[in-house]
Design a protein around this ligand. Structure first.
Ligand code: GDP
Ligand code: IMO
Ligand code: MG
Length: 436
């Protein structure tokens, strides 16, 4: 069986957790490959809502083992808290089922303090990070001074490494940012306890997943963040510090490209973004409230990790085509179609104008992107509630047209249409030929 990869096609929060859960039913191993607890993935099963930040969303189904890949930066305190929450809900998170790559990097209080200090120093030019220490942890990784999870199996080495790490970062915190120093001894003591908890979970993720793939078992890579938050391909510097794109799945789990089967791009039926940075289709006023919701529903556009109101706008096909190219999407899953019910017409961005000229691509330059104006096509809306749709024929004709329009524009099959957060609220459209 190949490796299937789930990727966010926009700026995150597309519904990747929901689709990981769906596909986990037929999967033997699910691995996170990028980011850390900046992610917030929601899985809704009946009345139960699970919000996962670090542990893969495949954990909710009994079948799959779950792995934190080497590409992740993991905060052990958050990880253990999340494990405890799952244990309370009767979910097996034992070391046979939940594994941590020895090569993934550890987030410390110094990373979190640095994230906060840097954001504060940037003032109005801040990135709008989740303040989880993600950027500083990846800086240490790339700077070859990070702490890896393998240290959890070597308590003395871990203590020495934490001391050196905190002392080095205290220098920056106090001298550059004028922030308070951290107590290295207290942090080392805290991390010694985490190490005891987590050492039994350590594994070589690459070897483990290779064994699975060779044995014909199904492996799923659960993307975090989204294509436009990618450090290389996103709206730099308003991005995260990792590669949440398909290439990142391979380096972040230690699997080669020959093993890849599907690359499923998850895309909201409109667009959302949390944090700062350009957003060509951003809506304001009534349209924004209409798309975001007021916060009354659990699925309204307020961040799972930070609770911040998400910025919203209509669907941007320029972005989706860009994401398709970067990731080689084999197919697309559309989420939140239900939110568009009740509109007379639905604008869809098909191109931009830049200095009076029509362009069909997403510019690299933020300055250019900031000057782009969306070119909208107006598609007919539908009035029916679609949350009960379970087959293609259950969808109103205009909703079918909307999906078909996206498939044709991106030249990519659309395999699923999600019409609500619940596990069953999905239309499998994989048998429908939307391209011809
Ligand atoms: P992720 O980070 O990509 O996993 O997405 P999030 O969980 O952060 O945000 C997606 C939100 O939309 C969650 O509250 C989901 O429960 C919800 N959701 C997912 N699919 C649908 C859908 O088709 N319709 C509605 N109304 N909500 C959905
Ligand atoms: P999921 O997996 C939405 C955004 C932050 C900020 C930028 C940098 O739930 O889709 P960071 O803390 O990573 O240094 O912040 O990236 N961001 C996300 N936005 N969904 C996410 O994850 C995100 N992870 C990071 O809001 O703009
Ligand atoms: Mg999210």
């Amino acid at each position: 069986m190949p490796l299937n990869i789930i990727i966010g096609a926009q700026w995150g929060d597309e519904g990747k957790g929901r689709f990981t859960d769906l596909l986990a039913a037929d999967t033997d191993a699910v691995g996170r490959f990028s980011g850390g607890d900046n992610a917030g993935h929601t899985v809704t099963v009946g009345e139960d809502v699970f919000k996962l930040h670090l542990i893969p969303s495949g954990i909710i189904h009994e079948k799959a083992i779950c792995i934190i890949g080497n590409g992740v930066v993991m905060n052990p305190a958050v990880f253990i808290r999340e494990m405890d929450g799952l244990i309370e809900r009767g979910i097996d998170v034992g070391p046979e089922r939940l594994k941590i790559s020895r090569a993934c990097h550890i987030i410390t209080p110094a990373h979190i303090a640095l994230d906060k200090a840097k954001e504060m120093a940037l003032g109005t030019g801040k990135i709008g990070t989740t303040l989880r220490g993600i950027g500083p942890a990846y800086m240490d990784k790339i700077g070859r001074s990070g702490l890896r999870a393998g240290l959890f199996a070597h308590p003395e080495a871990l203590t020495a490494a934490i001391h050196a790490h905190i002392e080095a970062h205290n220098n920056t915190l106090t001298k550059i940012y004028g922030a308070a120093p951290l107590d290295a001894t207290a942090v080392a003591a805290e991390y010694a306890v985490y190490a005891q908890h987590l050492a039994p979970h350590l594994a070589d993720a690459s070897v483990l997943l290779d064994d699975y793939l060779k044995a014909g078992r199904a492996v799923l890579a659960e993307g975090a963040q989204g294509t436009f938050l990618d450090i290389d391909h996103g709206t730099y510097p308003f991005v995260t510090s990792s590669s949440p794109t398909a290439g990142g799945a391979l380096t972040g789990l230690g699997i080669g490209p020959k093993m890849v089967g599907r690359v499923i791009g998850v895309c909201k039926a409109f667009t959302s973004r949390v944090g700062s940075g350009p957003f060509p289709c951003e809506a304001e006023g009534e349209t924004a409230v209409r798309l975001r919701g007021t916060g009354a529903n659990p699925w309204d556009e307020y961040g799972t990790t930070t609770g911040r109101a998400r910025r919203v706008g209509w669907l941007d096909l320029v972005m989706l085509r860009h994401a398709g190219r970067i990731n080689s999407f084999t197919d697309i899953a559309i989420t939140k179609l239900d939110i568009l019910s009740g509109l007379a017409e639905i604008p869809v961005c098909v191109a931009y104008t830049l200095d009076g000229e029509r362009i069909n691509h997403f510019p690299h330059s933020l300055e250019e992107l900031g000057r782009c104006e969306p070119v909208f096509e107006l598609l007919p809306g539908w009035q029916e509630d679609v949350t009960g749709a379970r087959t293609w024929d259950d969808l109103p004709k205009a909703a079918q047209n909307y999906i078909e329009y996206i498939a044709k524009d991106t030249q990519t099959p659309i395999s699923y249409v999600s019409v609500g957060p619940g596990r069953a609220q999905v239309v499998d459209s994989s048998a429908i030929d939307l391209l011809s």
